[in-house]
Design a protein around this ligand. Structure first.
Ligand SMILES: N[C@@H](CCC(=O)N[C@@H](CS)C(=O)NCC(=O)O)C(=O)O
Length: 203
């Protein structure tokens, strides 16, 4: 049985969606930040970084959300990784781009808006972070203008991974109305049964 540590409302969310997408049974292990469970010896044995998500599949342990998703796809639904080495390269390209380039400014703004109390909030960080988004979102929008999914007509792990990063725009109230192809793509993704099951998960 697979165990996933973390909450669907955290960085672990994309792994819950992936678990629903690949369709394997799993158990959810909640980790209470309030009780510092992520820094407990028991959890540090699973992820020495003291962060969620982490996943245990039998005698195999893996952490880092997108690495977990690549493992799940390879092990349980390899077609999510593309039909050939070129498609596989593009699944990696979009996933790595989203976590390395698109996510950092979104998280910087998210931390200020959600975790920093208003009196200590640094509006300059928020402004500078959000200013980085339009060029990257324009790149993504252009890629989605000519076909339904990032690699063409077929849903892949690239769509799942990248869209979970784009979803942080909602949390920092960055409107996507200037990017109609992204909005259409997100609506299509939201119709997937796996996405609906993931959205319905309890915290
Ligand atoms: N790059 C990591 C980020 C993991 C991460 O930062 N998780 C947060 C929750 S969203 C966490 O566990 N924070 C606890 C801490 O940093 O002490 C991933 O995508 O898996």
């Amino acid at each position: 049985m697979i165990s996933i540590y973390g909450s669907p409302q955290s960085s672990a969310g994309r792994c819950f969606w992936c678990l629903e997408e690949v369709g394997v049974p799993y158990e959810h292990k909640s980790i209470s930040f309030k009780d510092q469970e992520h820094k407990s010896a028991e959890f540090l044995a699973v992820n020495p970084n003291g962060k969620v998500p982490a996943l245990v599949d039998g005698d195999f342990t893996i952490w880092e959300s997108m690495a977990i998703n690549f493992y799940l796809a390879e092990a349980y639904k390899p077609e999510l990784l593309g039909k050939n080495p070129k498609e596989n390269g593009l699944v990696h390209q979009w996933s790595i781009w989203s976590i390395a380039d698109l996510q950092p400014p979104l998280i910087a703004a998210f931390i200020q808006l959600i975790f920093v109390p208003e009196e200590r909030r640094d509006h300059n960080i928020i402004k500078k972070s959000l200013e980085k988004l339009p060029a990257m979102l324009a790149t993504l929008n252009k890629a989605l203008e000519s076909h339904s999914f990032l690699l063409g007509d077929t849903f892949t792990l690239a769509d799942l991974n990248v869209s979970t990063v784009v979803a942080i725009c909602d949390q920092v109230d960055f409107k996507l109305s200037d990017y109609p192809a992204i909005m259409t793509w997100r609506q299509k993704l939201a119709q997937r049964d796996s996405f609906k099951r993931y959205q319905a998960l309890e915290n």
